[in-house]
Design a protein around this ligand. Structure first.
Ligand code: UD1
Length: 417
């Protein structure tokens, strides 16, 4: 099991290019199941979650090759409609394959994604929507056995919560359905727009992605396309957290500033100076951060749940008290106990975490239990005096590409052992 060794309490400096968004790459890889011919996807990060999506595509019969950050995907020969349990479990967001496989084959058989490190991750909204579109779904022994003998039909779907995964699954099911599908209270995340952009390049007719109502006119078939995955706003937020906690000045290249509004305003409130221009961000942190009044995780364009953990790390050394409210997932404070080992002062009660800023953190052995929690521990380790050893790096590698190399490039002393 690999670990990261961090010699902390050092400033970062220099420039860094942010990687492509994991949460865009995964649904777009699933979307290729609906396309004929060779798809060319640029800016695909090298991540274990992306590898897991590739394994699913290959199992189904797709041909996938990687050339640095470009993936070539051809799914013309896909015949299978089942995804084995082992592959489903490797990546929680594998449920996004459901809509695409069902649409392509009129059948899909996969295991329930089940609970996970963030608490239960229900898929009732996905299933309800697919049933509304004419799918027959049987649930037994942890298996979802889905069929649509007469094909999927467009309809009006009103989501009770703007679920990202459900919106993606409905879009994937709807692009080749007969008639028009209208999703109200749809998720508005930038990754939804990226998926729509890719599908529209392939010939889909999706209108309104990024707004609360998405309208999809079904088409008979989709061609392939060439597409560049958007940059990862959560990795950008993590890099901002790393610079903030170490009082550093860095430049982050390849960003989309408008995807980062809630993060930028949070760090500005903490006293950081941020200038964005032409896809680059200049970020300068003060010697001592100020606490932020309150941070509530919300669907986009609100503060992202995925950024909660690394931003919390940054604010453990702020002057004053910050109140976090986690509204999206139940068990998303697993990093808190580990941050306490480094000297942070955080109290959790239900969905609220109160962070009292401390003067310094001190290095210790800590263990990550989920992806963004791992990023939070690395962030804290950069500021902690002495050595921090972060175990559970397999979680980090699900979403951060060569993060130790990225941080070393900014002058941090980080080593993978
Ligand atoms: C969520 C995040 C997304 C992030 C991703 C990976 C939100 C709104 N979504 O997406 O930004 O990139 O995690 O960490 O922040 N829910 C149901 N029934 C369903 C589906 C969801 O009750 O069928 C609930 C979930 O329990 C959760 C909320 O809706 O409380 C958000 O779920 P959803 O957006 O679907 O999660 P992800 O797609 O995993």
């Amino acid at each position: 099991m690999s670990r990261l060794l961090i010699e902390g309490a050092k400033k970062l400096s220099g420039e860094v290019e942010v990687q492509g968004a994991k949460n865009s790459a995964l649904p777009i890889l699933a979307a290729t199941i609906l396309c004929r011919g060779e798809n060319i996807l640029h800016n695909c990060s090298n991540l274990s979650d992306v590898d897991a999506a590739v394994k699913i595509l290959r199992y189904l019969g797709g041909k996938v090759s990687r050339h640095d950050k470009t993936m070539l995907v051809n799914t013309d020969d896909i015949r299978r409609f089942d995804i084995p349990h082992g592959l489903m479990r490797e990546m929680r967001s594998s449920i996004v394959f459901l809509g695409a496989v069902l649409s392509r084959n009129k059948r899909a058989k996969l295991s329930f994604p089940g609970g996970c490190e963030l608490g239960p991750r229900p898929i009732d909204l996905h299933l309800k929507a697919l049933r509304q579109m004419g799918a027959i779904i049987k649930e037994y022994h942890g298996i979802l056995d889905c069929s649509a003998p007469k094909g999927l039909k467009g309809t009006k779907i009103a989501l009770s919560f703007p679920s990202v995964g459900a919106t993606e699954n409905i879009m994937l099911a709807a692009v080749n359905a007969s008639g028009t599908t209208t999703i109200t209270n749809a998720a508005r995340e930038p990754e939804i727009c990226d998926l729509a952009d890719f599908l529209n390049k392939c010939g889909a007719k999706i209108y309104g992605a990024g707004e609360g109502t998405i309208v999809i006119d079904g088409v008979d078939k989709l061609d392939s396309a060439q597409h560049t995955i958007i940059s990862d706003r959560i990795v950008t937020s993590t890099l901002m957290s790393c610079a903030a906690i170490t009082g550093s000045e860095i430049i982050i290249r390849g960003i989309v500033a408008e995807h980062l509004n809630s993060i930028i305003s949070t760090f500005e409130e903490a006293g950081c100076k941020i200038l964005c221009s032409k896809g680059s961000m200049y970020f300068q942190a003060p010697e001592k951060l100020r606490a932020v009044k309150s941070i509530r995780t919300m669907p986009y364009p609100g503060f992202p749940t995925d950024a909660q953990a690394p931003v919390m790390s940054a604010l453990t050394v702020a002057d004053g008290t910050t109140c976090f409210v986690e509204n999206i997932f139940e068990s998303r404070y697993k990093h808190v106990g580990e941050l306490a080992r480094l000297g942070a002062n955080i109290k959790v009660e239900g969905k609220v975490a109160i962070v009292e800023g401390v003067d310094t953190l001190s290095g210790a052995f800590v263990e990550a239990q989920d992806l963004r929690g791992a990023a939070a521990l690395v962030t804290a380790g950069l500021a902690a005096e002495g050595t921090t050893e972060v175990a559970g790096i397999k979680y980090l590698e699900r979403g951060y590409e060569n993060f130790e190399v990225v941080l070393s490039g900014l002058g941090a002393t980080v080593k993978k052992i």
